[in-house]
Design a protein around this ligand. Structure first.
Ligand SMILES: NC(=O)C1=CN([C@@H]2O[C@H](COP(=O)(O)OP(=O)(O)OC[C@H]3O[C@@H](n4cnc5c(N)ncnc54)[C@H](OP(=O)(O)O)[C@@H]3O)[C@@H](O)[C@H]2O)C=CC1
Ligand SMILES: O=C(O)C1=N[C@H](C(=O)O)C[C@H](O)C1
Length: 269
C-alpha cells in the first residue's frame, strides 16, 4: 500500500476544521500530521480528536514551522491573514497547499498565484462537486443568453460568516461575466439602495443574505422577458466541502508546483 498523505489541518477548531478532521480520520489514504490553531485557542495542547471523543495522538499546536516539518500538504480554511502566513511557511518548507479560505484582496490573490510557481496549490472558494459543475453551467448559460437577460447572483449563509458576497458568489459572477465576454470588475453591482435608476443592461448584480445555520445557498438568475432561468446549489453539510478539499490534496500528490482549482481536480475544465 502507498504511504498515506501527511495532512496538516489549519483552523482545526473551526467549523470547516471539524469537518476536515472527520474526513481525515475516516480516510485510510490520509494521516493527520498536525493540527493548527491560534496561540490563544482553548484547544491548544489538547488532542485534535478530543472534540470527536477519539485519541488521534496529534496535539493542537500554533507553531507553523513545527506543524509543517515533514508534512505533505496543508489544508487551510481560516481567514486571509492566517492564509498569507501559512502561504509563506509552506513555500519555506516546500509543503503543498489547499486553500479554501475566502475574502482575499486582489493583492493576496496575486501572492497565491506567485507562490504557486514554487509549490503546488489548489485554490477554490467552494470545494463541492455541485458548485464546481454550477460554475461551468453558469458560464454556458450566460454565453447562450447573452442578449436580453439580466444576471443576478443571490447567496445565503449562516449568521457567523464574515465576508460578503461569498467567495462562491464572486466566482459564479466571474463565470457569468466570462460567458458574456466581460470582466467582472467592469460589470459587477454589489449594492443597491435608494433611487437607483433602471437596471443597466450587461451588469451582474449581487445580493447577500445572512442568517441562522445555513451552510451555503447560491442561485444565479438569468431574467429575460417572459421567462427566467435559475441555477441553484444548496449545501446541506460541510462534509461536501471537506471531502472536496481532501480529494484536492490527493490530486496534488504528484504535483510539485502550479495553481489549480476544483475544475482541475474533478476533470471539469
Ligand atoms: N472553499 C470552500 O469550499 C469553503 C470555504 N469556506 C471558507 O473557509 C473559511 C473558514 O470558514 P469556517 O470554518 O466557517 O470559519 P470558522 O470561523 O469556524 O473557523 C476559522 C478557523 O480559523 C482560525 N483562525 C481565524 N483567524 C486566524 C488567524 N489569524 N490565525 C490563525 N487561525 C485563525 C479560527 O481560530 P479562532 O476560532 O481561534 O479564531 C478557526 O479555527 C472562511 O473563509 C469560509 O468562507 C467555508 C466553507 C467551504
Ligand atoms: O463561510 C462559509 O460557510 C462558506 N464559504 C464559502 C464561500 O464564501 O463561498 C463556501 C461555502 O458557501 C460556505
Amino acid at each position: 500500500m502507498v504511504n498515506p498523505l501527511k495532512v496538516v489541518i489549519a483552523g482545526c477548531s473551526g467549523r470547516m476544521g471539524h469537518a476536515l478532521l472527520e474526513g481525515v480520520f475516516a480516510d485510510v489514504e490520509l494521516v493527520l500530521h498536525s493540527a493548527l490553531d491560534r496561540a490563544d485557542n482553548i484547544h491548544l495542547g489538547r488532542d485534535a480528536g478530543e472534540q470527536f471523543g477519539r485519541v488521534s495522538g496529534v496535539k493542537v499546536v500554533s507553531d507553523i514551522d513545527v506543524a509543517l516539518k515533514g508534512a505533505d500538504v496543508l489544508v487551510d480554511f481560516t481567514r486571509p491573514e492566517a492564509s498569507m502566513t501559512y502561504l509563506a511557511a509552506c513555500q519555506k518548507h516546500q509543503v503543498k497547499m489547499i486553500i479554501g479560505t475566502t475574502g482575499f484582496s486582489v493583492e493576496e490573490k496575486q501572492a497565491i498565484e506567485a507562490a504557486a510557481k514554487n509549490i503546488a496549490i489548489v485554490f477554490a472558494p467552494n470545494m463541492s462537486v455541485g458548485v464546481t459543475l454550477l460554475i461551468n453551467l453558469v458560464e454556458q448559460a450566460a454565453r447562450v443568453l447573452n442578449e436580453g437577460y439580466d444576471i443576478e447572483v443571490v447567496e445565503m449563509h449562516h449568521r457567523h460568516k464574515v465576508d460578503a458576497p461569498s467567495g462562491t458568489a464572486l466566482r459564479l459572477g466571474e463565470a457569468a461575466a466570462h460567458g458574456l465576454g466581460q470582466d467582472l470588475k467592469d460589470c459587477a453591482v454589489y449594492a443597491r439602495e435608494g433611487v437607483t435608476g433602471e437596471r443597466e443592461a450587461g451588469k451582474i448584480g449581487f445580493a447577500t443574505m445572512r442568517g441562522g445555520d445555513v451552510v451555503g445557498d447560491h442561485t444565479v438568475v438569468l431574467a429575460g422577458i417572459g421567462e427566467r432561468v435559475e441555477l441553484t446549489h444548496k449545501a446541506s453539510s460541510r462534509a461536501t466541502f471537506a471531502l472536496g478539499a481532501l480529494r484536492a490534496a490527493k490530486y496534488l500528490a504528484d504535483k510539485t508546483s502550479g495553481l489549480y482549482d476544483m475544475r482541475d481536480v474533478l476533470g471539469l475544465r
